[in-house]
Write a protein that binds this ligand. Structure first.
Ligand code: HEM
Length: 149
């Protein structure tokens, strides 16, 4: 089993990075849709229905599967002997970053359900600010896993 994982290591890492790219694309784009939904579209009418569909499809078709795939391939990488040395700092900063990224994903899913019910309490400016969260977490995660401090 361990031999198989060693052979599969570059393939698993490639799949992990592909899943990360798809997940991040959604994490950057969904808050932008919320900015326009909050500022320009409002909570009724045909454009509201269109935005709701776009938000739902982005989350269900791209972001949820990409997040699950990122976790599965990431945990497989953790399971390969020698890949993670828990006595170093980077695995802990990376773990904190990915847990925060997952919490951000869940928060976005909650906002989407709110819009779908015709409810929204945040302004476009607040969504713009929240849009910076995945960028900051991405910097932390990528520095952790590449620089390996
Ligand atoms: C969701 C849970 C995640 C887990 C369990 C996880 C775990 C891992 C592990 C163990 C590695 C292998 C490190 C190595 O080969 O030295 C890795 C590689 C990588 N991860 Fe993650 N990861 C996760 C999410 C993410 C996220 C959200 C990002 C980006 C925002 C990311 C970006 C990367 C990159 C770029 C690499 C390749 C680094 C390199 O080979 O130099 N990962 N991940």
């Amino acid at each position: 089993m361990t031999d198989l994982l060693f052979t599969a290591y570059p393939w698993i890492k490639a799949l992990h990075i592909m899943a990360v790219i798809a997940w991040m694309a959604g994490l950057f784009y969904l808050p932008r849709l919320f900015v326009y939904h909050a500022e320009q579209v409002g909570l009724d009418g045909t454009t509201h229905a269109l935005f709701q569909t776009m938000e739902m499809k982005l989350l269900r078709v791209i972001m949820n599967p990409a997040m699950i795939a990122t976790w599965i391939f990431g945990i497989l990488l953790v399971g390969i002997p020698g890949v993670v040395d828990w006595s170093l700092v980077w695995p802990w900063t990376k773990a904190a970053g990915v847990i925060a990224m997952t919490a951000f994903h869940m928060w976005l899913a909650g906002r989407r359900r709110g819009f779908a019910r015709g409810e929204n309490s945040l302004t476009g400016r607040q969504y713009r600010m929240m849009n910076e969260v995945p960028t900051l977490l991405m910097v932390l995660i990528v520095l952790s896993v590449v620089v390996k401090f």
